[in-house]
Design a protein around this ligand. Sequence first.
Ligand SMILES: Cc1cc2nc3c(=O)[nH]c(=O)nc-3n(C[C@H](O)[C@H](O)[C@H](O)COP(=O)(O)O)c2cc1C
Length: 160
Amino acid sequence: MEILPRQATEPVDQRKGAPMNQVEIMEFVNKNPAFSLATCADNVPHVRMMAVAFADSRGIIFSTGRDKDVCKQIRANPRIEMCFYCVKDEIQLRIAATAVETDDVQLKKDIVEKFDFLKPWIDAEGYDILATFRIKDAAVTTWTMAEGDKPKEYVSLTNL
Ligand SMILES: Cc1cc2nc3c(=O)[nH]c(=O)nc-3n(C[C@H](O)[C@H](O)[C@H](O)COP(=O)(O)O)c2cc1C
């Protein structure tokens, strides 16, 4: 039997058994932008909630404050893991990756435009206070309530 590639428009819950493809992963991240971000510096793990700013042709982008612990930890060790969860579909999606800091001022402007609560802070401190990261070498694995005992499969995000 020929196995056809799954279409990105097929609802995720009709694809039980197959890992998400790269388009579906980007869609999932856009629909569920809040994630737990794990860092590890000096062999000590840390985790906290973050939000993806953009997941599109610019890559998967998040930002934080230059003076926050999370920023210092990523600078010390850029290997991170991001953990997303969709309550409705009961899907957990994890991205293990390397965070790459970017000083693209236009990207920072786009972030401040999107998250306008940042504006007073940026007006007071300037764009340098905002640390912006994109990810590379990303390996993605999902877990669902329905298929909890399934062996892990990893999908590389090759366009980042
Ligand atoms: C849903 C959610 C999204 C968040 N998104 C961000 C974010 O994108 N960037 C950020 O710096 N802090 C964000 N925070 C706040 C951080 O979790 C908080 O500042 C945390 O203390 C940073 O980690 P650290 O203490 O290790 O530096 C978010 C919090 C929540 C609950």
